[in-house]
Design a protein around this ligand. Structure first.
Ligand SMILES: *Cc1c(COP(=O)(O)O)cnc(C)c1O
Length: 373
């Protein structure tokens, strides 16, 4: 028997710590013996899923003894239509996190490196280290930056690329910061990435962005054969619990991703619900509207309280408490409000709060001000 099974794990896995998800409501209520809690910790859509998605799930529930369509023909075609591209450019994933993993498994070996920014999404280091590759972490813009504190720094990202680099991850907007690159800056960055590097552009929150910040996906795919764009049904489409997302890329890259994809990686109900969701434009519009008004409310309330926060194009705000955020996080838990501490992102003085509905936002602000007093 080995002294510890950890010594048997690969070196990259030995260095990992498990991803810390937002605390589920049920867990909190069991631990503290409280009820009526709210969760603003995982950037879930407060509107809940579209009725069309729920109907599709009900309709398909009696077919779950069948394997799903492994290639997801109907959903891939519908996604392709949405973006004005060919279905051969679409790869479905069990959440977009699955796509991130497919990309690292396909393109990274232990002698390779991936580039991403400080304070970017936690799944990038997990997938990179899991395959034993190296991470070249680029410094973010400084906290003192006038317009985009802790944002991605294109020059630093490019400087982190070397001959061993095979993937650059860019989240736009980024989680947990909410920061973004303007279209022109992003275009300049992607154009400057050498051709031996696959750019994984993570657009999990793209639908929430202001119109002038959205890229023309079809044009970019045409222009950049080394581009993988990842999208998800977890955020604006409110299907996080079903786990479904997708990649858009050149057919060549899609073919490579499909070599490492599990045959039935997306489930039958998720495919049906995602397909139905894409036709419910009102749900998307209502979700954007609720997010915009909630964001305005929170920003005004935080300003009024003299609290600092990062600019955000997502459905969440990273608040800089300028003190250890852990006790405040815990005080909020006792008031039945679950937010996300981000010390694991090296942001120990920040709390990330998901923008909820009006009532949830007000409850959060009241609880936050009480917890800080
Ligand atoms: C939430 C999120 C995702 C979505 O992950 P899924 O696996 O699709 O649920 C992807 N990237 C970022 C940056 C996110 O914040």
């Amino acid at each position: 028997m080995p002294e510890s099974f950890l010594s048997l794990a690969t070196p990259g896995v030995q260095q990992l710590t498990p991803y810390q998800p937002g605390k589920p409501i049920e867990t909190l209520e069991r631990e503290l013996g409280i009820s009526d809690s709210i969760k603003l910790a995982s950037n879930e859509n407060p509107l809940g899923p579209s009725e069309a998605a729920l109907n599709a799930i009900e309709k398909n529930a009696r077919a779950i003894h069948f394997y799903p369509d492994g290639g997801g023909f109907k959903l891939s075609q519908r996604i392709a239509d949405l973006h004005g591209i060919n279905a051969a450019c679409v790869t479905l994933g069990n959440g977009s996190n699955d796509i991130l993993e497919l990309a690292t498994r396909a393109f990274l070996a232990p002698q390779h490196s991936a580039v991403y920014s400080e304070y970017s999404f936690a799944v990038y280091p997990i997938t990179v280290q899991a395959v034993g590759a190296q991470a070249n972490v680029a410094a973010a813009l400084p906290a003192s930056h006038a317009s985009m504190p802790l944002g991605h720094d294109p020059e630093a990202l490019l400087a982190a690329v070397d001959a061993s680099t095979r993937i650059m991850f860019i989240a736009n907007p980024n989680n947990p910061t909410g920061t973004w690159l303007e279209v022109e800056a992003l275009h300049k960055l992607v154009s400057a990435v050498p051709e031996h590097v696959i750019v994984v552009l993570d657009l999990a929150y793209h639908e929430y962005m202001a119109a002038h910040l959205k890229i023309k996906i079809a044009d970019w795919l045409q222009q950049f054969p080394n581009l993988i764009i990842t999208c998800t049904f977890s955020k604006i489409y409110a299907l996080a619990g079903l786990r479904i997302g997708y990649a858009l890329s050149s057919p060549d890259i899609a073919n490579i991703l499909n070599r490492v994809r599990q045959p039935f990686n997306t489930n039958l109900l998720a495919q049906a619900a995602a397909l139905a969701s894409l036709d419910d434009h009102a749900h998307v519009e209502n979700s954007v509207a609720m997010n915009n008004s909630g964001k305005n409310y929170l920003m005004q309330a935080l300003d009024a309280a003299g609290l600092c926060y990062l600019p955000s194009m997502g459905n969440f705000i990273a608040i800089n408490l300028k003190r250890d955020a852990q006790p405040v996080y815990e005080a909020l838990l006792h008031k039945g409000v679950i937010v996300r501490p981000v010390a694991s992102y090296k942001m120990p003085e920040y709390l990330r709060v998901t923008i909820g509905n009006e009532q949830q936002n007000q409850r959060f602000m009241t609880a936050l001000l009480e917890s800080l007093a």
